[in-house]
Design a protein around this ligand. Sequence first.
Ligand code: SAM
Length: 246
Amino acid sequence: MTERPAKIRLFVDAVLGEGQALILRDQAHYLVGVMRQGVGDAITVFNGRDGAWRAEITEAGKRQVVAVVQRQSAPQQDPPDLWLLFAPIKKARTDFIVEKATELGAARILPVQTAHTNSERIRTDRLQAHAVEAAEQCGGTFVPEVCDLQKLDRLLADWPEGRRLMFCDESRAGHASPLEQLRASGGDGPWAILIGPEGGFSEAERARLAALPFAVPVSLGPRILRADTAAAAALSAWQMALGDWR
Ligand code: SAM
């Protein structure tokens, strides 16, 4: 008998292995009420660590679905060691940044407070849920961690050794191409991207960033991009120059 293909991908916070029974309560309404899944239907599950697995639904209630894990369908694929640091903006645009960062292969997402940051508070749990949803949609097996908001100053003072920083500096708009700038900076190893807020970086921040030995100031072309566009553009340029698009 031919196997039914799995159309739905779900992140599960559980150990995955052959024969493991998964009790799905939070996703029961989505699976049964929205996607009309029933007993015998197959789904793909992943936990961010162990690749993707095929599971078959053995119980389909409105409040609880049980699925039994059958076999691994794809190996774990982690993104390059790339962090995205960004200053939170309006809610919908911040959501967009987290979603695109997940799709474009950021390993960690770090909201930072800068001198001109518009938003003082963020809901990390909500942003983490967006990252999970984006990983489910894009076929990924990895979910980046979304960290709590922290002060950029403090993060820079405690910067991990060996990690370089692609400092997206709007004052350099139109200078050399980002691909050339990144490739000329030495290449492989852990990296981070820094995107400023709508108001841009303050002069003091820009001077401090430019003086850091691990920072590589980069232009993202001749136009000033909105912060959400800049995040997607910078991630794409980095993946193309040094990451997993090569
Ligand atoms: N209000 C600022 C101005 O007019 O100069 C623009 C800030 S921009 C909306 C937000 C962030 O996106 C910047 O801090 C920078 O990190 C990044 N960015 C936007 N356009 C850029 C460019 N052409 N080159 C480098 N970074 C850019």
